[in-house]
Write a protein that binds this ligand. Structure first.
Ligand SMILES: Nc1ncnc2c1ncn2[C@@H]1O[C@H](COP(=O)(O)OP(=O)(O)OP(=O)(O)O)[C@@H](O)[C@H]1O
Length: 234
């Protein structure tokens, strides 16, 4: 299988505590890969290893045929790795437009624009361009965080729990947006989630984590198997 992003047997430690144990994930181009697992099993740590925020203690991450070793997060972003962090992390005092423009940092002069399709996906951002990020609802902030990542023109989009704390109608909009990015923009998407129904609806491939390890990988339909759900029950 060809991959756009490949995580190979990574370990990650916080001091003496090991958070990831030999985690391997392959993201096929133009598909949505979802990583599921309960709280604290290592989903965010996996994404932070991919983006370079946290260093791995073993294994490797291959993106766009390049092995990322000490590559800092801003260089990974410039290479085309877009990241939507858990909790959104938008800038509350900047306007919506300014938040989106922070995505220009790694772009060449002629590319420094906000693609129109972002406003087609999330019309609310257009109507609120002059408002401060902090004035937006949680769901609107999530749309802004996704929009900001799209401004960077990512080849691979990585999202940490995009449905967390968000109302159902906006979850639907986000699901549709991710499917559009996959189907119309051939984007490769990796997301971590706890919301099973969302993953069953939009994901192609799933990985299930438990206590720092991958316990299962397969098609999204595997979410109906009792032995897979066992790892996800609280
Ligand atoms: N900065 C940190 N320092 C020390 N331990 C950490 C740190 N971040 C995470 N951990 C620990 O590493 C383990 C994995 O955490 P991680 O946040 O990756 O899990 P998660 O599956 O994303 O959970 P959640 O859904 O709650 O975000 C947990 O035991 C957590 O307590």
């Amino acid at each position: 299988m060809s991959t756009a992003l490949s995580i190979r047997a990574i370990n990650l430690h916080y001091g003496a505590a090991q958070a990831l144990r030999g985690v391997s994930i392959d993201c096929a181009p133009g598909r949505i890969t979802a990583v599921l697992g309960r709280n604290g099993v290592g989903k965010s740590s996996t994404l932070r290893a991919i983006t370079g925020i946290n260093s791995v203690s073993a294994g490797e991450i291959v993106f766009d045929s390049e092995t990322l070793r000490k590559t800092p997060p801003y260089k990974r972003a410039r290479m085309g790795l877009g990241y939507v962090p858990q909790g959104r992390e938008i800038f509350p005092l900047l306007t919506v437009r300014e938040n989106l423009e922070t995505g220009f940092a790694g772009l060449k002069g002629k590319d420094k624009s906000i693609p129109d399709y972002i406003f087609e996906l999330f019309p609310v951002l257009k109507s609120m361009l002059g408002r401060r990020g902090g004035d937006l609802s949680g769901g609107q902030q999530q749309q802004l965080a996704i929009g900001r990542a799209l401004v960077t023109r990512p080849k691979v989009l990585v999202l940490d729990e995009p449905t967390e704390g968000i109302q159902p109608s906006i979850i639907k909009d986000i699901g549709r947006a991710l499917q559009f990015l996959r189907d119309e923009k051939s984007m490769t998407i990796l997301l971590v989630e706890q919301y099973l129904d969302f993953c069953r609806e939009i994901a192609d491939d799933i990985y299930v984590m438990d206590r720092g390890e991958i316990m299962h990988k397969g098609p999204a339909s595997d979410l109906d198997k009792p032995e897979v759900r066992r790892h996800l029950m609280v």
